[in-house]
Design a protein around this ligand. Structure first.
Ligand SMILES: N[C@@H](CCC[C@H](N)C(=O)O)C(=O)O
Length: 262
């Protein structure tokens, strides 16, 4: 079978996109997805995303996300932003989208090539300042450090990702964070399912922004997150017991398209 694919990235978090509205993709073929994402034996990507038709007339499409290891996983923020850019590329939407993903309903807007994705509201009641963790659609452990540039993210991230503490929930992503200004942070992320540092992580920077506000490292409600792949913004409002109106914003880019035989 011949399969058209498209490659996009959002601040260096890169994805293979497949238009699966005709239900042509072998969704349970973990080995195939893993191989397509492999940077030596395949196209190379942090994940693969299927754009599917929605049965809900109020939604433009459905997002199905796989990590580079070939397994379907929890929400991918940068992937969601790239999928919105892909939907525009395919002519499915113009500058606004509403879609369903594994964690529920998302709205998105495109402004001058920058894609903003609305994340789920969060309940944030008891943050333990010694063990910072927040699930923003995907699970995120957060470590603050003054020397983020010097950390061996793959090695130190793997220790936490595979630790006993997170074993019951299938592990966690790990973000190493340095505050660089009143409302700005440098973030390097170890991603579960990629099992390495990625150039940026959307749900990760969202977790960093919210946790930083919750533990009073910043009182801003618009936070800039610098990642190895570029700059993202997270804005939000405090709500009773948590945060609402959370938007993740940043650039996306179409890289290339191709065809594989599988
Ligand atoms: N890159 C993503 C997060 C993808 C999911 C993660 N690897 C997991 O399995 O938890 C993002 O931009 O949010």
């Amino acid at each position: 079978m011949k399969l058209d694919f498209y490659k996009f990235h959002g601040t260096g978090n890169d994805f293979i996109m497949v238009d699966n509205r005709m239900d042509i993709f072998p969704k349970n073929d973990t080995n195939l997805i893993h191989k397509l994402c492999h940077r030596r034996f395949g196209i190379g990507a942090d994940g693969l995303i299927l754009l599917e038709d929605s049965s809900n007339v109020n939604e433009n499409f459905v997002m199905v996300y796989y990590n580079a290891d070939g397994n379907q996983s929890s929400m991918c923020g940068n992937g969601g932003r790239c999928l919105v850019a892909f939907a525009k590329f395919l002519g499915i939407i113009e500058d606004e989208a509403v879609f369903n993903a594994v964690d529920g309903f998302h709205e998105a807007t495109i402004t001058n090539g920058s894609v903003s994705l609305k994340m789920q509201d969060l309940e944030v009641d008891d943050i333990n300042e010694n063990e910072l963790f927040l699930d923003t659609g995907s699970p995120h452990h957060i470590v603050f450090s003054d020397e983020v540039g010097d950390i061996d993210v793959k090695k130190e991230g793997a220790k936490i990702r595979y630790s006993e503490k997170y074993a019951h929930q299938g592990g966690t992503n790990v973000n190493f964070v340095q505050q660089t200004g009143e409302n700005s942070f440098l973030v390097r992320t170890y991603e579960r399912g990629v099992e390495d540092e990625t150039y940026s992580c959307g749900t990760g920077v969202t977790a960093v922004a919210i946790v930083s506000n919750a533990i009073a490292k910043t009182d801003a409600n618009n936070v800039t997150l610098e990642t190895p792949g570029g700059k993202l913004e997270v804005s939000f409002e405090k709500s009773e017991g948590g945060y609402k109106n959370i938007w993740l914003t940043g650039p996306t880019e179409y890289v290339f398209k191709g065809q594989i035989e599988c």
